[in-house]
Design a protein. Structure first.
Length: 327
């Protein structure tokens, strides 16, 4: 048996309950893993509220680290006793132990702690595909300006550091002066407090009116329209979340007058759909963390039993960096 966080219906943090669930043996292509730490992400909130629908009852959670306890037929990249970490579908990481598909589970290098492994996989692999796989039509070169919303969050602090290592001039946004300073401390060349400044006007000022080559937007409804106006001609608007709510429907006809700009909606799970691609992305993430170019900030820790409080803090934008649940 394993303790796990489940919901029986969508709703607020109060719908999450700690229950006992049976854990069986792994089938073909599966492993059984005992968790050491679990990562908290905004996608967990989307699934809890029903914005991203799932069958009920639902065991929440998309990333964790731990030790492999059993390996099913056909799994060759992991063995019993391996330290491992993952970001993976289906949900279910909010638990002590689980059986799950093995293809997105990666061996965790000895130089990376379980806590860091749990905090970094979903957010770090997201940063990897944003910076390394999702490219504007004219490519990204050192010296290019990019705009990143929620720059002091878990993905944001990773992207700030990684973008600096790549030579990009990152303009971040955040909701407080303290969060803006945190983003700058982690590699953002500029950071705009959107609660006191017009980020669109400030971006144009910083770039001399040229705009940015890419906007990375996980905020959604509140930032969308103005973000499109921050793009230079042929720039790329990358939507990868909607923490403020879904973007309202819009006509593609508006993209021409704004500079023949491009729009894409990305999700990590398309990028990690194969074992080979997952490992390639993870290897690049592990390398940049082990090199010291990117440090993973774990700024909040909650016991699994306090998962409701963790969700409330995340939704209230009271968190910075990464948050983990401990077992």
């Amino acid at each position: 048996m394993s303790q796990a966080v489940q919901i029986d219906q969508p709703g607020g943090p109060e719908v999450m309950k700690l229950v006992d669930v049976a854990v069986g043996q792994p089938g073909p292509g599966e492993i059984r893993i005992r968790h050491k730490a679990v990562g908290l992400n905004f996608i967990d909130v989307y699934q809890r509220t029903g914005l991203y629908p799932n069958a009920m009852p639902l065991q929440l959670g998309m990333e964790a680290s731990g030790v492999v306890e059993a390996v099913g037929e056909g799994v060759t990249h992991l063995k019993v006793g391996d330290r491992a970490a993952y970001a993976s579908m289906p949900p279910g990481s909010y638990c002590e132990e689980r059986v799950m598909p093995a293809k997105c589970v990666c061996k965790l290098p000895d130089g990376i702690s379980f806590e860091t492994g749990a905090a970094m996989m979903l957010k770090g692999l997201t940063a990897q595909y944003l910076l390394r796989r999702v490219k504007p039509v004219e490519a990204l070169q050192p010296g290019d300006f990019v705009l990143f919303h929620a720059a002091a969050g878990g993905v944001g602090l990773i992207v700030c550091q990684w973008a600096k290592a790549l030579g990009l001039r990152l303009i971040g946004t955040a909701g407080t002066d303290a969060k803006c300073q945190l983003a700058r401390d982690n590699g953002a060349e500029f950071c705009i407090n959107y609660s006191t400044e017009d980020f669109g006007a400030r971006v144009k000022e910083i770039t001399g009116g040229a705009g940015v080559k890419v906007v990375y937007d996980s905020v959604g409804k509140d930032t969308w329209d103005k973000s499109l106006d921050c793009l230079q001609p042929f720039g790329l608007m990358v939507s990868f979340g909607n923490s403020s709510g879904p973007v309202d429907p819009f006509s593609p006809a508006i993209l021409g007058p704004k500079g023949s700009v491009y729009v894409t909606r990305q999700t990590l799970f398309t990028h990690i759909a194969t074992r080979e691609r997952t490992q390639h992305m993870a290897d690049e993430l592990f390398d940049v963390v082990l090199s010291g170019k990117v440090k993973i900030h774990i700024d909040q820790t909650f016991p699994l039993a306090q998962v409701q409080e963790a969700h409330r803090a995340l939704e209230a934008r009271k968190t910075t960096g990464c948050t983990i649940l401990t077992l």
